[in-house]
Design a protein around this ligand. Structure first.
Ligand SMILES: Cc1ncc(COP(=O)(O)O)c(C=O)c1O
Length: 492
């Protein structure tokens, strides 16, 4: 028997096999046999005429397959026939027709990649209490569609090419105007860089101002996305504790572990909900200036302030503050939009321009133009107003449900802004077990301990996102959580 022919004639080629022509089937059969070693280098393939007869296909098809394999370098064709080329494989089997087991080395992730630990189980946006999800059903889809249609009509094909790496001028201007009024951010349009959500803004900050091995301070407990961005940037991530008002920097930390980067959520600490008082903000800016550190101010959901006046951004407190102000439309509009931005300090903007140009590409241009119109036409502010009222009401009702139905010892943290409440539980109520058990009831609260880098006993509780969970469900859901908490309670 000829082992080569055995492989080639192993099974008939099948007509009408969902898009795979006879020619493509033969091509794949030979290519696979060469790649997995059944057709070793130097072995001869049968003549096209005989093979065509044996397979019941036209000779032209076989010739076309051989030519294609020749063009790709799998076989060599010459007057004396067709033979398999040497592919430089390290282990070629010697017996034609017998497949050598392919030894695939396990992929080795980069060191920085292995440092990133995924701490949250995937959860659908629709699960109750999932943090960070806005009220998706309340998004004004038709108004958004009109802005989108107009962007397509007006910009048309001219916005199909690469855009300005820092984003569409119209959107940068719109953001600048909005931030000046709503957040007290001081900047010029040139300082605004549009990014693919806050996450890309964080990555960009790392690229702009850090070197591998630099120290980044992160709030502990804090936002996992920031920790991930810094770990991927080869930074030494140094947890800094938060109290009920936010980041607390121990006096000796500035000399013990001087930072290059400081990540903070001063207007609404994520996830414990504190608001950093102005004196602590000013002290942080002063100290950062003195030691040459940059602050990332992540202002992810402070547009939804529920008590008193809006709290201005840290960025606008001091002229030339070393603050990179990061914002996102994931909370104010919807996460899949993947649009966010960073406002760079003016001094950094000029030196960053070449790097921005080389590393960003300027895409999603119609979305950006639609968003610019959505903001400029006042629809963004109106939507924010509606959502603020909705979240305020949802928060009040969730607080009431917790007070009435969560009959295990607990403390509700923060809640002056945003779309979540954090409920601290005593350590004998293990948050991860409760959160896991809640999945069976279509709930996805996040365990507080998962936000901690150096977990303390008080980092135990549940982060309850109420943005996308209807208030009518709160009593039943909280009763269920209370039952789960009691069932998971550690004995002894
Ligand atoms: C603290 C914080 N910052 C930023 C974001 C938004 O990230 P992105 O814009 O990448 O969706 C989130 C989302 O959950 C967040 O919790």
């Amino acid at each position: 028997m000829d082992p080569i022919r055995d492989v080639l004639l192993d099974a008939p080629l099948v007509r009408d096999r969902g898009g795979d022509s006879l020619q493509r089937q033969l091509l794949n059969r030979i290519r696979d046999a060469i790649l997995d070693g059944r057709f070793p280098p130097g072995c001869r393939l049968p003549g096209s005429r005989g093979l065509a007869v044996d397979l019941g296909i036209s000779r032209n098809s076989v010739t076309a397959v051989y030519e294609q394999l020749g063009a790709e370098g799998y076989i060599e064709l010459n007057r004396r026939g067709t033979k398999v080329a040497a592919l430089g494989r390290s282990r070629a089997p010697t017996t034609p027709g017998r497949a050598a087991p392919l030894r695939l080395a396990l992929p080795q992730l980069s060191e920085r990649g292995t440092r990133v630990v995924s701490r949250f189980a995937d959860a659908a946006e629709t699960l109750a209490f999932k943090p960070g999800v806005p009220a998706l059903a309340r998004f004004p889809l038709s108004a958004w569609k009109s802005c989108f249609d107009r962007a397509f009509k007006t910009a048309g094909v001219s916005a199909l090419g690469y855009g300005n790496p820092a984003g569409e001028a119209a959107l940068r201007d719109a953001i600048l105007r909005h931030l000046a009024v709503a957040r007290g951010v001081r900047c010029e349009a040139g300082q605004v860089v549009i990014t693919e959500g806050a996450q890309e803004a964080l990555n960009l900050c790392v690229r702009l101002v850090t070197n591998p091995g630099d120290t980044a301070w992160v709030e502990d407990p804090g936002y996992r996305g920031a920790q991930t961005a810094f770990q991927c940037g080869d930074l030494r991530v140094e947890p800094v504790r938060v109290d009920s008002a936010g980041l607390v920097v121990p006096a000796d930390a500035w000399t013990a572990a001087p930072p290059r980067l400081i990540y903070t959520t001063p207007s609404h600490q994520y996830p414990t909900g504190g608001v950093l008082p102005v004196a602590r903000r000013l002290a942080l800016i002063r100290q950062a200036q003195a030691c040459g550190a940059w602050i990332i101010e992540d202002d992810y959901d402070s547009e939804f302030r529920h008590t008193g006046e809006l709290i201005g951004a840290m960025q606008g407190l001091v002229p030339q503050a070393p603050v990179m102000y990061v914002g996102t439309f994931s909370k104010t509009l919807f996460p899949a939009l993947r649009l966010g931005f960073v406002v760079l300090p003016q001094a950094l903007t000029a030196v960053a321009a070449p790097l921005l140009k080389e590393t960003l590409r300027g895409g999603h241009r119609h979305e950006q133009l639609a968003l610019a119109e959505f903001i400029d036409s006042g629809q963004f502010s109106r939507h924010l107003g509606r959502m603020r009222r909705l979240y305020r009401r949802r928060q009040e009702l969730l607080r009431a449900a917790l007070a009435q139905h969560l009959d295990v010892p607990h403390t509700v943290l923060g809640g002056d802004s945003g779309m979540h409440l954090t409920v601290r539980l005593p350590p004998e109520y293990p948050d991860q077990a409760i959160a896991e058990a809640a999945r069976a009831y279509d709930m996805a609260p996040a365990p507080l301990s998962r936000f901690a880098l150096r977990a303390q006993p008080e980092d135990n509780g549940l982060v309850l996102g109420y943005g996308n969970t209807s208030e009518s469900q709160y009593p039943a859901l909280v009763q269920r959580l209370a039952r789960l908490a009691r069932a998971q309670r550690l004995k002894g």
